[in-house]
Design a protein around this ligand. Structure first.
Ligand code: ATR
Length: 272
């Protein structure tokens, strides 16, 4: 039976094993998928062992996506751009191909599952770390009218924007740039602030009438950012559970050549 897994630290609460088990059952694919706790500094060893034991593919999560990018020998264009890998295909003769399905997962959840318009809209991306970097290219490919990156550390946002300026109208800076900006139709939180129950310092009027807000994080309760968004008039607030399932479906399709139906899996996870 073909063996897959997800490597991260922490990993105990990962929903990926449940998601991939559901995909395998739905598509009739014989495979196993396990959560693998990797010690900090131990990624390379863990990858070697998994490959040597005949493993066929891996998902990579926090904090190893950048190390995974370095550890593969070829990459998809979107992984190349993101400088982070969340999906590895282990081929014959030790070949390792790296992809990044996070951005396409977000875009599919927004546009297919929720019917959001991205083309022609004004987007605000909060954060300039690994999570923001993973989704920026695919967001720009949807042709927004403008995409502003705002981050606590202004320089990181400026650099991220500069790295993607060939893909569309993107600019970046500290949260203070928002004081001068127009309002936004779609605000996407890719900061780690939600983990600490905090909200980035946003002006309340940065939401356009009818604005939607999306948090890459998900939790049993609405995140601090989504609570803020609802209180400031957002028309829709969406957490990152759908993105999690969509990025998994893209990985599954890459490994198995068949794309599972995500809707029943999202429903299953929402139900408990
Ligand atoms: P990840 O892989 O989750 O993106 P990261 O690369 O460490 O993790 O990036 C974390 C992001 O969350 C950064 O944009 C960080 O801002 P800085 O670049 O200024 O560090 C942001 N962040 C973390 N805690 C935050 C907080 N309490 N308020 C606002 N932004 C925060």
């Amino acid at each position: 039976v073909d063996r897959y897994g997800v490597m991260g630290n922490p990993i105990a609460h990962s929903k990926s094993p449940r998601i991939h088990a559901a995909f395998a059952e739905q598509t009739g694919q014989a495979l196993t998928y396990e959560a693998i706790l990797v010690p900090l500094g131990g990624f390379q060893d863990a990858l070697e062992s998994f490959a040597a034991e005949g493993g066929r593919g891996l998902n990579i999560t926090v904090p190893f996506k950048q190390e995974a990018w370095e550890a593969v020998d070829s990459r998809s264009p979107r992984a190349e751009r993101a400088r982070a890998v969340n999906t590895i295909v282990l081929g014959g003769e030790g070949r390792r191909y790296g992809d990044n399905t996070d951005g396409v997962g977000l875009v599919r959840d927004l546009t297919v599952n929720h019917g959001a318009a991205v083309a022609g809209r004004r987007l605000l991306l909060l954060g300039a770390g690994g999570a923001a970097r993973g989704v920026l290219g695919p967001l720009l490919e949807e042709k927004p009218a403008a995409l502003v990156i705002a981050n606590r550390t202004a320089r990181r946002a400026e650099e991220l924007a500069a790295d993607h300026s060939d893909l569309g109208p993107v600019s970046g800076g500290g949260f203070d740039v928002l004081a001068e900006e127009e309002c936004f139709d779609l605000v996407i939180n890719a900061t780690a602030a939600s983990l600490q129950g905090q909200v980035p310092p946003l002006p309340g009027r940065c939401l356009a009438p009818g604005a939607w807000c999306y948090d890459l994080m998900y939790a049993a309760e609405p995140t601090a950012f989504l609570t803020w968004a609802a209180a400031h008039g957002a028309e829709r607030v969406i957490d990152g559970l759908g993105m999690l399932v969509e990025q998994a479906a893209e990985s599954f399709a890459l490994w198995r050549g068949v794309r599972p139906d995500t809707a029943p899996v999202i429903r299953m996870l929402r139900g408990g």
